[in-house]
Design a protein around this ligand. Structure first.
Ligand code: SF4
Length: 369
């Protein structure tokens, strides 16, 4: 692959190796003036992802531009990790993958070898017969399972000697899924040192503000950190069942997974929640969770939950809402109000103590001072 290709697909292993060989220190990327454009582009990657579309350069004018494009990716990963929002991580991974797909789709007929080479990066076994691509069936299943359209179902495909025949642009679409998963699973970067966080602070603050505004515009709620103590009765019951090894009905399993993803739990953490029962299959559970996450499905409303027998009995809060997410949103709202009231109370107490202190200090002054 040429350096231009690597810059367009910076999440490939070959691109990471190329950057490693260039031998730049992370400190120089974060601090040196020479890398200002790379940092700026890293910031744009994340900002553009919030709108669902990351632009890719049509061409590169110089080696410097290639380098900036390549280095902007690790910088963007640091920024996304510092913002620390699961929903943003999902959006970012999806936008990077979609942008890559647009490039792959355009090069599908001109350069099918590149597609196969990119596929190797994801351990995909495939070959091109000059017109179409034959992909090994388990690789096909791995990346097509999260795709909604019925045409992706294996029964609707030609399967010969273990290989599924697909169009080149369809192969590019599977690569999009592979890229999305790879990026999503590798974020956030854990334990970013304080020093690095400080060096990125102004970009991170800017992104947090933009993210908040976007979320408000779209009527999305910031649920904050996941709080298991304020889940609705139906979700609590489902979790208890999972933990005691009871198999959930398909509709309840869907409701539980979509609920947890919608309040911001990471797909990996949702998968681990099911890692209790003796017949737990990580691969199968991951497929299901990622299918729901990838398609951004919404949790069913209470009316649907009742129809499927998944409403286990309402409590007082249930009487005021018509959606399990509405239940959680209401609880979060009141929890925050309580926290604010408590903070206000302790501030008042602190003020009073201070005032009391100064009064007693006054009173304790010796007369001769
Ligand atoms: S009323 Fe809605 S939120 Fe409450 S238990 Fe039933 S389905 Fe869940």
């Amino acid at each position: 692959m040429s350096p231009e290709d690597l810059a367009l697909f910076p999440f490939l292993n070959a691109s990471s190796r190329y950057v490693e060989e260039l031998d730049f220190s992370l400190t120089s990327l974060l601090t040196e003036r020479a890398f200002h454009d790379a940092r700026r582009r890293g910031f744009s990657r994340v900002a553009e992802a919030m709108d669902g579309e990351i632009s890719k350069p049509a061409s590169f004018g110089s080696d410097r531009e290639i380098l900036n494009e390549l280095l902007s990716y690790p910088y963007a990963r640091i920024l996304v990790s510092c913002v620390g929002e699961s929903a943003l991580i999902r959006k970012y991974a999806l936008s990077e993958a979609k942008a890559a797909y647009e490039v792959l789709r355009k090069m599908a007929d001109k350069n099918p070898e590149f597609l196969l080479e990119a596929g190797e990066d994801f351990d995909i076994t495939a070959n091109d017969d000059g017109v179409r691509i034959h992909i090994y069936f388990s690789d096909y299943i791995r990346y097509s399972l999260s795709l909604k359209d019925i045409s992706w179902k294996l029964v609707n495909r030609r399967l010969e000697n273990g290989f599924v025949t697909i169009h080149r642009d369809e192969f590019a679409r599977l690569l999009q899924e592979a890229i999305r998963k790879k990026i999503e699973h590798s974020l956030p970067i854990p334990n970013i040192p304080d020093e690095i966080q400080e060096q990125c602070a102004s970009y991170v603050a800017d992104l947090k503000q933009q993210y908040e505004l976007k979320r408000k515009d779209m009527g999305e709620t910031d649920f904050g950190e996941v709080d298991f103590n304020i889940f609705p009765p139906c979700i609590n019951k489902a979790i208890t069942d999972v933990k005691s090894g009871v198999n959930l009905a398909h509709s309840m399993r869907f409701a539980l997974v979509s609920f947890l993803l919608n309040i911001g739990m990471k797909a990996d953490d949702v998968v681990q929640l099911f890692n209790i029962s003796p017949d737990f299959s990580e691969e199968k559970t991951r497929y299901q969770v990622e299918h729901i996450a990838g398609n951004e499905y919404k949790t069913p409303a209470c009316a649907t939950m009742i129809t499927y027998g998944n409403c286990v009995g309402k409590d007082k809060t249930c009487e005021k809402i018509n959606h399990p997410l509405g239940y959680y949103q209401r609880k979060v709202f009141f929890k925050r109000k309580d926290e604010e009231a408590l903070a206000g109370l302790s501030r008042t107490e602190a003020d009073q103590t201070e005032a009391g202190q100064s009064v007693s200090d006054e009173n304790s002054k010796p007369d001769n001072v």
